[in-house]
Design a protein around this ligand. Structure first.
Ligand code: GLU
Length: 585
């Protein structure tokens, strides 16, 4: 990092650390995101035996070290996640939740595991409403204990390792503990996000001490930071498994932080933590051309929505139009709008509301809905359809607000196991509550703040023990019963179009994993076209406007990581909009 930026950050963090209420108009001294245009022409990383692609080089390297030793994809995933929780703490960690898709090469079987956060038993549908029944403002709900769901990541890592691990559990902790004890170099993106978020990070003492005072000291000494509290938490997990997290002293501290969060407490109790379970779910798979595209089913909307977008596009000429024809983007955007209309009405935790997954992915249903898609002509209205199968009840539509944070990584090991994991604490820095070296999530704000509309209940309303609807879309694509591609991304509800776009780019347009990730984003979820600023995609803006679309140009901060499995060769791609890399051998 340049000296001037460093000096700027130090001065800025000094101010922030000194006062609990720093000026809210402080701007990041360096953008947290690099535009995609800078990445054009990068080559994918190729490998023969194994490959890992993750959002931070230290995390990818921790996974690579495990794979080099002959560890499995599941082993490497544990190591990657433990390091991400340290070096990319704004996005994911022990205090959050995740979804994993795992391909077992020997059994030829795809398993999806749900480690999503869960609402405490005392949570009710009015959790995010004021006395008048009106929804709270987003950040009033997020910051504090109210938004914290029971974390799922520690149990998920344990379950993943128990089923698919080969190395001893304790061997997966070495790098993370060492980095936490010896220190690691703060990344420019993390520093920029801390600068942007300093007012919220200053609100709770433990968070302020680490992210503001601690970072400031670290910067003055060259930018390396240690997190000894995290090292201690890791040692407890290493020695006693996930029980060390869900009961005893760590659990007690989590409950205390949530219940005592000044100004916005939550109602979590020890029993909520003790009762947490990882759930194996049915993969949500949809045919697309010669492929079977598999993703995460409810409580994520990711797999269903991506499958729907592709199912709708299968009826169009998007493959032959290619990425330079505006009609491809118009069709892609309108297909996404139709998928989002269904998502808003039907998708939620299927343990609480019947979700018509089969009906929503039924090729006949999608083909009928695709009749509304016309190349070159804007779809007027995108309304939810009426899918058949498993009790298609009607719910009131409600979009829950999701702002981008989160992390995605992919791993292929030497035995051919493939893993695709999206992991999150929801908003950047989650609830801003820090316990024992890790941040607690704000995942409960992925529920709808409104419980009903015009007397009709919202499927994704808060309920005790329920898991909030997600957009996370870890994906594995199969061809002839074998995996050919794994990918996923962060990005709030933009995850869905980011992943679908990369799939079209690779499966229809023949782009390699890196070129597909680097392709500038054009997405449309609710009618407005979002176009990635500073990229060649801006050339489409006048054409889209001429078709009648409202167009917004801005940052579209994906963090796509992908691996294509070609005959005798692995091909990995990492998203330069964040800090990720792919490593393979
Ligand atoms: N919490 C969101 C979800 O589960 C993800 C947020 C993000 O990617 O930024 O869908």
């Amino acid at each position: 990092m340049r000296r001037a930026i460093l000096a700027g950050l130090i001065g800025f963090l000094l101010t922030a650390a000194a006062s609990a209420q720093p000026a809210s108009d402080l701007v990041a001294p360096e953008p947290a995101t690099r535009p995609a245009a800078e990445n054009a022409g990068r080559q994918p990383v190729t490998a023969e035996k194994w490959l890992v692609a993750a959002a931070n080089p230290l995390a990818a390297e921790a996974g690579a070290a495990i794979l080099r030793k002959g560890g499995s994809a599941a082993d490497a995933a544990v190591a990657v996640q433990l390091v991400l929780g340290l070096v990319e703490p704004q996005s994911s960690g022990l205090g959050g939740g995740a979804f994993v898709l795992h391909w077992d090469a020997e059994a030829k079987r795809l398993v999806t595991l749900d480690g999503r956060e869960t609402a405490p038993r005392a949570a009710t549908p009015i959790l995010f409403q004021d006395e008048k029944g009106e929804p709270l403002k987003f950040y009033d709900a997020v910051v504090g204990g109210r938004s914290v769901g029971v974390p799922g990541t520690p149990r998920l890592l344990e379950a993943l390792h128990a089923r698919f691990g080969t190395l001893p559990w304790a061997d997966l902790f070495g790098t993370a503990i060492e980095l936490a004890e010896e220190g690691f170099q703060l990344s420019p993106r993390l520093l920029a996000l801390v600068a942007e978020d300093s007012a919220r990070l200053a609100r709770y003492p433990a968070t302020r001490d680490y992210f503001l005072s601690g970072f400031m000291r670290a910067l003055a000494e060259g930018g390396r930071i240690r997190n000894p509290a995290y090292a201690e938490t890791l040692k407890a997990l290493r020695d006693r498994g996930a029980d060390a997290f869900y009961s005893g002293a760590i659990a007690a501290d989590i409950v205390a932080a949530v219940r005592e969060a000044e100004g916005n407490p939550g109602a979590m109790v020890l029993q909520d933590l003790a009762a947490y379970t990882v759930k194996e779910r049915e993969p949500a798979c949809a045919p697309y051309r010669l492929y079977l595209v598999c993703g995460m089913g409810p409580p994520s909307s990711g797999g269903v929505a991506v499958g729907q977008i592709l199912g709708l596009l299968a009826e169009t000429e998007i493959a032959s139009f290619g990425p330079d024809d505006v009609r491809s983007w118009q069709l892609f955007g309108d297909a996404t709008r139709l998928a989002f209309a269904d998502r808003e009405r039907y998708l939620a935790d299927s343990d609480f509301v019947p979700v018509p997954v089969r009906g929503l992915l039924d090729p006949a249903y999608l083909s009928a809905r695709a009749a509304a898609l016309e190349p070159g002509r804007r779809l007027e209205e995108a309304e939810a359809g009426e899918p058949a199968w498993d009790h298609a009840l009607n719910w009131a539509e409600e979009p829950a607000l999701e702002l981008p944070s989160t992390s995605h990584f992919v791993i292929v090991d030497g035995e051919g196991d493939v893993l695709s994991m999206t992991t999150t604490i929801e908003n950047q820095f989650g609830s801003r509550l820090m316990v024992r070296g890790f941040l607690l999530n704000n995942e409960l704000t992925d529920f709808s703040f409104r419980s009903h509309r015009g007397g009709v209940p919202v499927a994704n309303r808060v309920e005790p023990g329920k898991r909030p609807r997600s957009s996370m879309a870890p994906t594995i694509v199969l061809k002839d019963g074998e995996p050919v591609l794994a990918l996923g991304s962060p990005g709030g509800s933009q995850i869905i179009p980011y992943v679908a776009q990369a799939l079209v780019a690779m499966l229809d347009w023949g782009l390699d994993a890196q070129a597909a990730i680097d392709l500038p984003h054009l997405t449309n979820r609710f009618g407005t076209f979002d176009v990635e600023a500073g990229t060649s995609a801006e050339r489409f803006v006048p054409m889209l406007k001429a078709m009648g679309y409202e167009v917004k140009t801005g940052e579209l901060n994906s963090g796509l990581h992908a691996v294509a499995i070609r005959p005798g060769r692995l091909e990995g791609g990492a998203d330069a909009r964040r800090e990720g890399i792919a490593i393979g051998e």
